[in-house]
Structures are given as structure tokens and as C-alpha cells.
Design a protein around this ligand. Structure first.
Ligand code: GLU
Ligand code: ZN
Length: 323
């Protein structure tokens, strides 16, 4: 066991909120935040807040403080991580860590530039069997130096991919049970750094979860298929992967995932319409933690919390009639 793993062994149980400050939170974000908080509080662990503001085109400083304030309004607190003026828990400020992780993988010969355009990628890759995502065919993996120079001279800026091994990654999800993915076949060489220089979510989240000592990850099942590559990255970087619990999603009545951009009510609307207690009760009812929505505080749910109650089915959210 390497040194870093030893330090982690027997360390604190630690979970995280990892919101993207690309707008105000909607009901689905709150649902995930409440369950992540209940998981950690029911285990007596520590909660950390990290702002996932990697993408400068989507994320704005103004949303960061609002996000923290909205979590506190609902009654969800944290012990570590972001607080006003503590920008080191914003991914936008953590480039040096991602660079170090990137360099470590590159030093092992696992990183290569990919010059493919979006069009070429679509033409060459096959949809992933499970989730419709595309598996890169490895086209640029074996380019010669000369071919790389020719492509670079055409002023195509490359993205950077990591070469995945022929390896099956398995883990037991707290909600979805045993999961398995063959990295080469089901995932393919994936992007670590975009052609505009922004580090990819997969690299940032693996490095951060590892470095921040996260032992429990609770998040929507839309990220279930990303988990094997994050586990693999964590291991490559010398960290012990956390345990994962992927949770049901909230869907609109027509079966869409709730999303800020589709105009689903955000915290601004919800806060104007209801109280923290009523909203918590509604979320707890959606989570099957209450037989009917009734006003209470998140802390009132800790004692009765269990993952068995939550289950796996996505929830349809009507017109918020319960609020
Ligand atoms: N920042 C991501 C989101 O807001 C969550 C990433 C994660 O939990 O790993 O959807
Ligand atoms: Zn390529």
C-alpha cells in the first residue's frame, strides 16, 4: 500500500457537494444535495463543498455565493471546503493540480494529442451500447510524429486523450448494485484536456475526489457510466477511490430530466413560493423518506434515513402541487 493510501486508511468518512455554478439550482440539484447530506450526516461523517466551475463559458462567479446561500437556506451545511474568499475549493483555481495529474499520466506514456474534428469523431465512433455516448476509435493514438506535425501545422489545436487499458472495472454501487465496464470497449480513450485548454471534468473530479480525501460520492445516475473511468484515474493517480451511490433523477411530466435551461423552477422561484421546511418535506417525500410531504428540517430526517427506502426509480415531478 503506498503512503497516500495509508494516510487515508481509517481516515474520516467524507462526502461532498460538487455543484456547477452555471445557474441557480433546480429541484433535481436539491434532491441530490439533500441525499448526499443525509448519507454523510447519518454516518457521522464530514461534508465538503466544492465548486465545479471548470468551464469559463458556463460558470459565473455570481452563482457561487448564491449556491452556497441556497444550500444553507434549505438547512444543508458543510464542514470543509468552499466558504467566501476560499477560492481554492473552486475547480477554476485548481489548474496546477490538474496539470500535475495530467503530467503524471503523460510521464507514463498514457496521454496523446487527438486532432479529430467533431465531424470526424461522429463518423468514426460507434454509439456506446449502454448510454448512447460515443466510444472513440483510437484514431490518433498511433499517429507518427510527422503526422502530428502536419496536423499541428494545419493549426488544428489538439485535445488530449488518455489511453485506457484493456481492463474491466467493477464496483458495487450503493443504489444500483454491482457495475462493470470494460474500459477499452465501453468507454474508449477519453479526453483529459479540451482543445481550448480546459481540463476535462473526468480528470478534475478524480484528482479532486482523491486529493480532498472523499470517501463517499452521492450523485445522479447520469454519472454512473463515468464512474469506472474515474475509479481508474483515481487509481492511476495513487488515490483510493471512494464508494459511490448513484441516485434516481427527477423528471418532468413529459419524461425530461429537470434542467435549468428548460425553464424548470430554480431556487429563485422556489424560495419565493415556499419555505425551506415545506421544500425539504416535498423532497423527502420524493425520496420515499416520508409517506406524504410534511414540513420539516433536513436534520429531522437523519435518524430515519436509509438507502433501501430511496430505491432506484426516477421520480416524475408534477406541477409542484405539494408545495
Ligand atoms: N458538478 C457536477 C454536476 O453539477 C457533479 C459532478 C459529480 O458529482 O461528480 O452535475
Ligand atoms: Zn483523434
Amino acid at each position: 500500500m503506498d503512503k497516500r493510501k495509508q494516510q487515508r486508511f481509517g481516515g474520516p468518512i467524507r462526502g461532498r457537494f460538487a455543484p456547477s455554478p452555471s445557474g441557480r439550482m433546480h429541484l433535481g440539484n436539491l434532491f441530490a444535495a439533500l441525499l448526499a447530506w443525509l448519507d454523510i450526516r447519518s454516518l457521522g461523517g464530514e461534508m465538503l463543498l466544492r465548486m465545479e466551475d471548470l468551464d469559463p463559458q458556463r460558470c459565473h462567479q455570481a452563482y457561487i455565493e448564491q449556491l452556497a446561500e441556497d444550500l444553507l437556506w434549505l438547512g444543508l451545511d458543510w464542514d470543509l471546503g468552499w466558504k467566501p474568499g476560499q477560492a481554492e475549493f473552486c475547480q477554476s483555481q485548481r489548474g496546477a493540480y490538474y496539470q500535475r495529474a495530467f503530467d503524471k499520466l503523460a510521464a507514463e506514456g498514457l496521454v496523446y494529442p487527438c486532432y479529430c474534428s467533431r465531424k470526424e469523431l461522429l463518423a468514426a465512433s460507434a454509439p456506446h451500447a449502454a448510454d448512447g455516448a460515443r466510444v472513440y476509435d483510437g484514431h490518433c493514438r498511433n499517429l507518427t510524429e510527422q503526422e502530428r506535425e502536419t496536423l499541428a501545422a494545419k493549426r488544428r489545436r489538439p485535445a488530449w486523450r488518455v489511453q485506457v487499458p484493456v481492463k474491466e472495472i467493477s464496483f458495487t454501487d450503493g443504489c444500483f448494485g454491482v457495475q462493470s465496464q470494460r474500459l477499452d470497449r465501453d468507454c474508449g480513450d477519453f479526453i483529459l484536456r479540451r482543445s481550448d485548454g480546459v481540463f476535462a471534468y473526468q480528470l478534475a473530479v478524480a484528482e479532486d475526489d482523491g486529493r480532498m480525501g472523499i470517501t463517499r460520492v452521492v450523485r445522479g445516475w447520469d454519472l454512473l457510466s463515468s464512474t469506472p473511468r474515474q475509479i481508474w484515474l483515481l487509481e492511476q493517480l495513487g488515490y483510493q477511490p471512494p464508494s459511490y451511490c448513484h441516485i434516481p433523477l427527477l423528471l418532468s411530466r413529459d419524461g425530461r430530466r429537470l434542467a435549468k435551461r428548460d425553464g424548470d423552477p430554480d431556487m429563485g422561484v422556489l424560495r419565493a413560493r415556499t419555505t425551506p421546511e415545506a421544500l425539504t418535506g416535498y423532497l423527502a417525500w420524493l425520496a420515499h423518506l416520508l409517506p406524504k410531504p410534511e414540513p420539516l428540517r433536513p436534520r429531522d430526517l437523519i435518524a430515519g434515513f436509509s438507502w433501501e427506502k430511496v430505491g432506484r426509480e426516477d421520480r416524475f415531478v408534477g406541477k409542484f402541487s405539494a408545495l
